[in-house]
Design a protein around this ligand. Sequence first.
Ligand SMILES: [Zn+2]
Length: 254
Amino acid sequence: MHRGHLHKLSRQITRDILKVLKGPYKNNSHRQLPGRNKVYIWTPIASADVVSTACFAVKLKLLDDKSMTYSIDAQAGEQDDESYIWLTISLARGEKAIISTLYHELLGVIRHELEHLSGTGQLAMKGPEQKKFYGDELPNSGKILHDINRRRKLFGSTDHPHSLWGNEEIARSKASASGDTLSYMTSYDELGPFAIGFYAQARSEKIPYEDVVWQYIVYFEQAGQLTPAEATTAFEWFMKWGSDKFPKMKVRAR
Ligand SMILES: [Zn+2]
């Protein structure tokens, strides 16, 4: 299982959704992609046992929205021991002109949700062996623990005590759960998936990563959910994480 596979999968899902969007659809229609009782296979390992558990479905809900724009709402998780991505797309029926714009954002959104599925739950990927753990309140295995250790070095410092960093991560998660936007964007379970979604969108639209990040942050700043200082902090965290995760990416000075 490697990351290139997730990129392929996100393109495949996005194309399947686009096919549905381009065809006729009824109000409030629900679709399970790629078809009834079919699912996306997470890993190409050819074992009946593995395949039966390593799969997930995408549930698509389409809403007819008369406003001339679109919105995408997505969430990944588990229900009855099955993994899902639930997706609601609001779009004016027959508004085909906007679909190429929507495609690029959708690709980033799907990549973000796949990243969540790969972080926790039955489809979680293994991470490199870690020497340090943070106790019961934070994940103690897999790549998400590797991410937390990486964050300590990037956003704390290399000599940042583990217990102190663990407490900061827990405090950030609590603030995120109570609705603080900056804490949500920078939390250990969202920042990585966001960054990889932005990166997917940037590559697909052939625009700089920092432009996609900034566009997203400005939306929340204008909505009054981030102060200018918080917007700067969020931008810095996304840039730092992005430069670390995608070393081939060229970052333009702002
Ligand atoms: Zn998320």
